[in-house]
Design a protein around this ligand. Structure first.
Ligand code: ACO
Length: 402
């Protein structure tokens, strides 16, 4: 930032970098990616070790506070979050105002934005106590909001959170529970979903995280910043890709399952036809998260006894693409969301909820990045420059003479 500022002062030049392909907007100690080697680490820990040994809650603690928690630290963190899962009854009322077919991502971002209206305890959004309580409220309440967005879409009544359950179990019960029947999720499903949340928990300066930082750089509060991040995640080129992958696989199946024909259309760059779930701005080698997800898809679908022809289509698509020069020369590999939709589908989530699940996973990353930003003395309000290409000066003629 300093270098760019100096360049501008000394030469009057700005750098044009559409899409920020090569421009860093901050320094960060949270997540490391080596896109060429396919490496991803949170706070130095490799993603595969975290996926195997750490829960989503431990990973959230790690991202936000910088270290893996001890058992006592984790228990205290867990306890605080469990005590904040309930939504204010007036906030619950908001859901009835949305149309039933509203996309749950739109409902989620609206309700998270509305949290700002309920929690205005401090005028200073950077007051450390306020930051701490906002962190806990978001981690605790966003899963409840997400589950209510789903319940609303299928016309079922909302359940109150059951704070004997952990974060992921609670979310699953709020989503799929239908009282008075007891809800007992398959432990393999709980573990798989928790692990998928770990894989999504942070990914340095992606579109939604950069949005959270940009909004927060104006000193907007954490709820407003995270709500903006959710909206950025909504798009199919970012978090919306997991939903788009399933639509693509379904279309291929409906058209007879001809994977080669579909790949030809992608290579011919037919308008609107892309291999969704493939490609990444940073990974130019296999996305390490995708490798873990692919293994999980096989396991979970096996355990849940879900035979899915779409998994066969996905695997054939990957095989065909990885042997094709179009994809190889462009370094296009499956990204994290190529296989996640199939797992979510086997768990019983409708495609519209897939991106919401991504948001639940990414939440601790957004919070950690927002907190890092406000504590970094180098932070300034985000304000990109532009290269003006419009008209040069011209003069106004009165309307009757135009
Ligand atoms: N299918 C077909 N061709 C592709 C794909 C794809 N999925 N992705 C990139 N390409 C091609 C582009 O057409 C371009 O080819 P060209 O040089 O002949 O024009 C080349 O590969 C480079 O692509 P860019 O668009 O420059 O790559 P960029 O870094 O801007 O985009 C992105 C990355 C948005 C992820 C892109 O690969 C894409 O649209 N993928 C599909 C959507 C997707 O899966 N998004 C999820 C991303 S990961 C995440 O958010 C979790």
């Amino acid at each position: 930032g300093l270098e760019a500022g100096k360049l501008l002062k000394e030469t009057g030049h700005v750098t044009l970098d559409v899409g920020f392909v090569n421009t860093a907007a901050c320094s960060s100690a949270i997540t490391y990616i080596d896109g060429d080697a396919g490496v991803l680490r949170y706070r130095g820990y490799p993603i595969d070790e975290l996926a195997e040994h750490a829960s989503f809650l431990e990973t959230s603690y790690l991202l936000i506070y910088g270290e893996l928690p001890t058992q006592d630290e984790l228990a205290a963190f867990d306890e605080r979050i469990r005590r904040h899962t309930l939504l204010h009854e007036d906030l619950t009322g908001f859901f009835s105002g949305f149309p039933r077919d509203a996309h749950p991502m739109a409902v989620l971002s609206s309700a998270v934005s509305a949290l700002s209206t309920f929690y205005q305890d401090s005028l200073d959004p950077f007051d450390p106590e306020q930051v701490e309580i906002s962190t806990v409220r978001l981690l605790a309440k966003v899963p409840t909001i997400a589950a209510y967005a789903y319940k609303k879409s299928i016309g079922q009544p909302f359940l109150y959170p059951d704070n004997r359950l952990d974060l992921t179990e609670n979310f699953l019960r709020l989503t799929f529970g239908v009282p008075p029947e007891p809800y007992e999720p398959d432990p393999a499903m709980v573990r798989a979903l928790d692990m998928l949340f770990v894989l999504h928990a942070d990914h340095e300066q992606n579109c939604s995280t950069s949005t959270v930082r940009l909004v927060g750089s104006s000193n907007a509060n954490m709820f407003a910043s995270v709500s903006a991040g959710i909206n950025a995640l909504f798009g199919p080129l970012h978090g919306g890709a997991n939903e788009a992958v399933l639509q693509m696989l379904g279309r291929i199946q409906a058209e007879g399952g001809d994977v080669d024909a579909f790949v030809r259309r992608v290579k011919d760059k037919e308008p609107g036809v892309k291999l969704m779930g493939f490609g990444h701005r940073v990974y130019k080698n296999y996305d390490p998260r995708a490798a873990i997800v692919k293994r999980t898809a096989d396991e979970v679908l096996g355990k849940l006894g879900a035979q899915d022809q779409l998994l066969d289509i996905a695997m054939r698509l990957e095989e065909v693409a990885l042997a094709d020069d179009y994809f190889v020369s462009r370094k296009l590999y499956p990204n994290v969301d190529f296989y996640t939709g199939l797992i979510y589908k086997a768990m019983g989530f409708p495609p519209k909820m897939f991106t919401v699940l991504f948001a639940l996973g990414r939440l601790p990353g957004w919070i950690a990045q927002w907190r890092e930003m406000i504590n970094d003395p180098a932070t300034k309000i985000g304000r990109p420059r532009q290269v003006y290409v419009g008209e040069t000066e011209r003069h106004v003629t009165a309307i009757g003479e135009r």
